[in-house]
Design a binder for this molecule. Structure first.
Ligand SMILES: CC(=O)SCCNC(=O)CCNC(=O)[C@H](O)C(C)(C)COP(=O)(O)OP(=O)(O)OC[C@H]1O[C@@H](n2cnc3c(N)ncnc32)[C@H](O)[C@@H]1OP(=O)(O)O
Ligand SMILES: O=C([O-])CC(=O)C(=O)O
Length: 378
């Protein structure tokens, strides 16, 4: 038998075309629909979301409809709230999202400001709105805080902030939140998006596809690295501990969270934006100390990796936690906020893929034994 070449991580394997984003891992650039993210973070959050999902900038009517649709749908109904309250205490918000999303019924959509004729697009945007409500409700449940039902905030991110903290964000807070959420929206065929694609290739509904993506995003080698990177900085505790801590991880073959990337062979363009953002917004001593630890971890890792001839840089996850920290978001909720923004990308991929999809079904090389001879089975 000729030797079969196995590529278990699918590294470099092109499995499809997309017009949604381009991850240039060599040039260190990221484009959504042809626009560089450095430009996109200067644009309005709803406009960028719309452009990502539908391919063009929205008219002012489309902007209005989309904004209002998200606001109309971002509260939990009594039934949804009761379901959430019946879930185990302190369950991770990513597990809540993964299990809750498929229960969201299209019949619960408030379509008075319908953003699109496409039912899947409406359902996808409905899910993004509900995710904002779910994360904030989980946070308030975890912390024994009252449920908020007031409809404050003029955009989905403002309302999310209000539902989470019980107050509206300042101008600077909402600018930061919009910027981080734009940066996290989309990234080619990353593991989460690919999982959603596999799911939708079977003609499963968009809610199942988003749930599969969220479950995949949760892992620490993917979206879960944001929480893990900040936990690592907290565990390190002070600048003197950085070198021994990192050396111990590396000598044991462990992974430094927030460092390295499958595609980027240079610094992640999102980390390039997030690092100065974190540096200009860490206001109290604890936040500044954590940020200084992260900066030192990056330096030590870069040195250790380059001594071994490896070019490994900080990725989007590394400084994001320091930025979320400055918004008062505890680390347990970081990855779910990643999901809250990445869902726009998942929806865009679902809509693109459904136009021309084929069942995704790779081949396995069987290396087990045969109890019966193969010819007997056949
Ligand atoms: C939103 C996102 O998903 S961004 C990524 C978030 N994930 C993380 O930050 C987790 C830490 N990073 C990693 O584990 C990796 O860099 C990954 C999984 C992201 C990408 O890695 P891959 O492309 O699969 O490369 P792979 O895992 O084969 O690593 C290549 C080599 O670099 C090393 N390496 C890569 N990243 C790291 C890291 N963060 N810490 C320590 N070693 C690392 C590996 O140990 C491996 O070394 P070896 O060749 O001696 O075995
Ligand atoms: O593309 C990847 O493999 C991981 C990543 O950075 C993302 O999903 O944002």
């Amino acid at each position: 038998m000729s030797e079969v070449k196995i590529n278990s991580g699918l590294e470099g394997v092109v499995v499809g075309e997309t017009k949604i984003s381009d991850v240039d891992g060599v040039g260190g650039q990221l484009f959504y629909r042809g626009y560089d993210i450095n430009y996109l973070v200067t644009r309005n959050f709803i406009d960028v979301s719309w452009m990502l999902v539908f391919g063009d900038w929205p008219s002012s009517d489309q902007h209005q409809a989309c904004n209002q649709f998200l606001l109309d749908n971002c509260m939990l109904t009594e039934e949804q709230n009761n379901l959430l309250m019946a879930m185990p205490n302190n369950i991770h918000p990513m597990l809540v999202l993964q299990s809750f999303v498929p229960t969201l019924s299209p019949s619960d959509m408030d379509l008075s400001n319908r953003p699109s004729e496409d039912e899947d697009a409406c359902l996808g945007l409905f899910i993004t709105a509900k995710i904002a409500a779910l994360i904030s409700s989980v946070y308030r449940k975890d912390n024994n805080l009252d449920r908020i039902t007031a409809l404050e905030g003029n955009t989905i991110n403002e309302r999310f902030f209000y539902l989470f903290h019980g107050r509206l964000p300042s101008d600077s807070e909402i600018t930061i939140l919009d910027c981080v959420q734009i940066l996290q929206m989309e990234h080619g065929f990353n593991a989460g998006t690919f999982a959603g694609r596999v799911c939708s290739s079977t003609k499963a509904p968009i809610s199942s596809s988003i749930s599969a993506s969220i479950g995949t995003l949760y892992g620490v080698l993917h979206g879960g690295a944001d929480e893990a990177a900040l936990a690592m900085a907290e565990d390190i505790g002070n600048l003197d501990n950085v070198e021994p801590y990192i050396d111990k991880i590396l000598s044991q073959g462990g992974r430094v969270m927030g460092m390295g990337h499958r595609e980027y062979k240079v610094v992640d363009p999102r980390a390039k934006i997030l690092k100065p953002l974190a540096m200009s917004h860490c206001e109290d001593d604890d936040a500044e100390s954590l940020l200084n630890i992260l900066i030192r971890v990056e330096e030590v890792c870069r040195n250790r990796f380059s001594e071994k001839g490896k070019d490994i840089w900080a990725n989007v996850e590394f400084y994001k936690g320091a930025v979320f920290n400055s918004l008062g978001i505890p680390k347990k909720y970081f990855t779910s906020m990643f999901a809250m923004s990445r869902v726009y990308g998942y929806v865009a991929h679902f809509l693109e893929f459904k136009k021309n999809s084929r069942l995704i079904r790779p081949k396995a090389l069987y290396v087990g034994k045969y109890i019966n001879s193969k010819s007997n089975i056949e």
